[in-house]
Design a protein around this ligand. Sequence first.
Ligand code: SF4
Length: 169
Amino acid sequence: HHLKEVGVFSTEIKVSDLSGDGGSNMPEKILVSACLLGIGCRYDGKEKENPRVKKLLENPDVVLIPVCPEQLGGLSTPRTASERSGDRVINQAGEDVTVQYQKGAEEALKMAELYGCKRAILKERSPSCGCGIIYDGSFSRQTVPGNGVTAELFLNHGISVFGESVLED
Ligand code: SF4
């Protein structure tokens, strides 16, 4: 019975009604680190909302697709802070969490590809989302040139990555 009801609903909103005129006037879909929208997915469970990113929600030319790679990789919230260390990711308790970071990056890439995102706005300095500059693995707030695991995978698949601070008001 439930399936039938859904069927009736779907005849009222046809997929063709939602797909626009073939794509040219469709808003651009941009993947975004969920924490920048105020979602409490960060390692410390705190939110880190960015007003400029949030303002993009009002822009009819873009649709934001929020993703948290670390949660998609199976890590809990809150979780022990982690930093990249060479080609591994190690948390502050000394545990190797590289597998979860890689899994999260792959799932985030799947989301980006499902939605056809060509650009992503990702949280700066994160071991997943950081692009260009990340923490150096010493847990002392020191940074080094480098990319988070997800940012790196995105770049390797032709998705442009921007940090939140490059957005203009
Ligand atoms: Fe934010 Fe990315 Fe860290 Fe998730 S993995 S909390 S989206 S910076």
